[in-house]
Write a new protein. Structure first.
Length: 196
């Protein structure tokens, strides 16, 4: 049997097994304090692109910029934002199961914007059997309000929060306009929508 056929058979076996595997992923915004995090239980047939869209939805963002997943030395990117000379694998070609994730595995997710990026740590909290990906429903949890997508990164977000809390600050009005009058940084306002 040729090497190519062996690789194809191995990939098919992994994919078939992965269809009956679920993953609990904890997605934490790096340097957030108190922690801003989301978690989701997904079937192994989810593609990294679908995970990206899920993160965008959970954060309340609009998916306006490039993103990248990193696992070890491997990079996975959206093909719409990859130069022809780039060697990254496209994120719509890779299912979770193909990554051979184990409990404790970590993935970095970076979402770029004009002046910087948002950096997330994705920890595999659990790997568990499922009956079928067709009947498995994602389950969500999380805490902490999402920063505005274009506020300039985690440092700028905390500066905005400081202005939001200080009515005497010259930037207070701008912070209230960006965050809303009833903004509470400790609460994920969409939690009920996702976790019902």
């Amino acid at each position: 049997m040729g090497n190519r056929l062996k690789k194809l058979l191995k990939a098919a076996a992994i994919e078939n097994q992965g269809l009956r595997t679920g993953y609990r992923l904890k997605i934490s915004l790096v340097d957030s304090d108190p922690p801003i995090w989301r978690s989701v239980d997904l079937a192994g047939n989810y593609e990294l692109r679908e995970l990206h869209m899920m993160i965008q939805d959970m954060m309340g963002w609009q998916d306006q910029y490039a993103h990248e997943f990193r696992l070890g030395k491997e990079k996975y990117r959206n093909p719409d934002h990859v130069p022809e000379t780039d060697t990254a694998t496209f994120d719509d070609e890779v299912m979770l199961t193909v990554l051979a994730l184990r409990k404790g595995s970590r993935i970095t997710y970076e979402y770029f914007f004009d002046e910087g990026s948002w950096l997330f740590d994705i920890a595999v909290d659990n790997v568990f059997p499922i009956e079928s990906p067709d009947t498995f429903e994602p389950k969500f949890d999380g805490d902490g309000a999402s920063p505005p997508e274009e506020c300039g990164g985690i440092g700028e977000y905390y500066s905005m929060l400081k202005s939001f809390k200080d009515k005497a600050c010259q930037h207070h009005k701008d912070a209230v306009e960006s965050l809303g009058k009833t903004f509470d940084p400790s609460v994920w306002p969409d939690k009920a929508t996702f976790c019902s």
